[in-house]
Design a protein around this ligand. Structure first.
Ligand SMILES: Cc1cc2nc3c(=O)[nH]c(=O)nc-3n(C[C@H](O)[C@H](O)[C@H](O)COP(=O)(O)OP(=O)(O)OC[C@H]3O[C@@H](n4cnc5c(N)ncnc54)[C@H](O)[C@@H]3O)c2cc1C
Length: 382
């Protein structure tokens, strides 16, 4: 039976960030990371805003960052904003290389790929082979649980096509939302990430009432959009898809005394954007700056409660979005967010909204704002 300071179950974004934070903050700590697939990180491009990154984490995060842009654009009918906030991206391939390298570089740590965990407790896990692995801290980061049939949630659904074009795309910055596309089924936008002069990820994203995703239909829509931009595809590099819950109310148990449910599994994500990077990063830093014997307790409970308070406000916004606005006018909410001061936009994405930001989000002139007056109107039937 092997024993480690930290046993990380699931080799996705959350465990990857924890492993790197630990390597930097506690170089002697022993870590076992167990992933059922043959590679870490699945098939993603994770993006984040510069404001999502606390200064104390940059030193160990930097090697992971594969793409950096000086800002990004958002586009709505008749108006375009350029946001001068650096934006960055990490690929699954880079996460695999950096995290695997960090673990293999430590003689007493282990990376177990192609290994399924079948049972998890506070200080031990069991593998499908029957082997038991012990840990002072066991982190359960196995990704999103299937949503209950009666879960109260809307969904962010997306399908992305990374393509190489026959000629340059001409984009100098990512377009995080091009919401000039059809809005009849709910808030919808195209997301454009330029990787090099001719390679771009084009992602069709919907905020929708149901989790059903039709990749063929979305791919058709993306190809039509590419044509409207005057681009022509030379080859498809990669496809990615996702259905992320946008809950109106989350039920996530407090950390207790372990195992620690982390990442999507433990509710450590932004309910309003589906993004988990900022929250996963903060949790990784929190874990790595405590000794494994002193992780559980009042401080962790307080940290989790602070996250839940932020998440609850965001869940409340989701409820307004999905219940009080008919699909075709949901776009107006996001149009409004981008008219707010940059510090509020930054706080919204980082899930760090102060009272002033919350007031700015809620108090606005109907029908454009998430206004109280709008709330008092009859809800959108669903
Ligand atoms: C395509 C896509 C793009 C996204 N883009 C962004 C983005 O740009 N920015 C952002 O902030 N968020 C993004 N998200 C949302 C969120 O950040 C990701 O879903 C993120 O990967 C969640 O991290 P996680 O570690 O909780 O789970 P995951 O990254 O899903 O990792 C869970 C891991 O656990 C493994 N596993 C599961 N069960 C077992 C088991 N029994 N034994 C062993 N291993 C197991 C899985 O194979 C998987 O590798 C995106 C999501 C998707 C789907």
């Amino acid at each position: 039976m092997s024993r480690f300071d930290y046993v990380l179950v699931g080799g996705g974004l959350q465990s990857g960030l924890i492993a790197l934070a630990l390597r930097r903050r506690q170089p002697d700590a022993t870590i076992a990371l167990v992933e059922r697939n043959d590679r870490l990180g699945g098939n993603h491009t994770w993006c984040f805003h510069d404001g999502d990154v606390p200064s104390g984490t940059r030193d160990w995060l930097d090697p992971l960052v594969e793409y950096r842009w000086d800002g990004y654009r958002v586009q709505f009918p008749g108006v375009q904003h350029t946001i001068a906030e650096p934006y960055a991206g990490i690929s699954s391939a880079r996460l695999h290389d950096i995290v695997a390298g960090a673990l293999r570089g430590h003689p007493e740590s282990e990376l177990r790929l192609g290994t399924e965990v079948v049972h998890i407790e506070a200080n031990r896990i069991e593998l499908r082979s029957g082997e038991t692995v012990l840990g002072t801290v066991v982190v359960d980061a196995r990704g999103p649980r299937p949503l209950e049939a009666n879960a109260r949630a809307g969904y962010q659904k997306f399908f992305g096509l990374e393509v190489e074009l026959t000629e340059g795309h001409g984009l100098d910055l990512p377009v995080v939302m091009d919401a000039t596309v059809d809005q009849s089924e709910g808030y919808r936008f195209m997301y454009l990430l330029p990787f090099d002069e001719r390679t771009v990820l084009v992602e069709d994203t919907y905020f929708h009432d149901t989790p059903v995703l039709d990749p063929d239909r979305l791919e058709e829509g993306i190809r039509a959009y590419i044509r409207t931009r005057g681009w022509s595809v030379s080859s498809v590099v990669r496809r990615e898809k996702g259905v992320l819950p946008m809950p109106w109310w989350g039920r996530f148990p407090p950390p207790g005394r372990g195992p620690l449910a982390a990442g999507y599994r433990g509710g450590w994500f932004h309910p309003g954007t589906g993004y988990s990077f900022p929250v996963a990063l903060r949790l990784a830093d929190f874990i790595a700056t405590r000794s494994p014997n002193a992780l559980y307790g009042r401080e962790l409970d307080r940290f989790a409660r602070a996250h839940r308070r932020q998440a609850r406000f965001s869940e409340f916004l989701n409820r307004l979005l999905f219940r009080w606005y008919p699909p075709a006018s949901r776009r107006t909410i996001f149009e409004r967010v981008y008219r707010l001061p940059p510090e509020t936009v930054r706080a919204f994405y980082a899930l760090r909204l102060g009272w002033r930001d919350r007031a700015r989000l809620l108090i606005g002139r109907p029908p454009k704002g998430l206004s109280i007056r709008h709330r008092l109107r009859p809800p959108h039937p669903s």
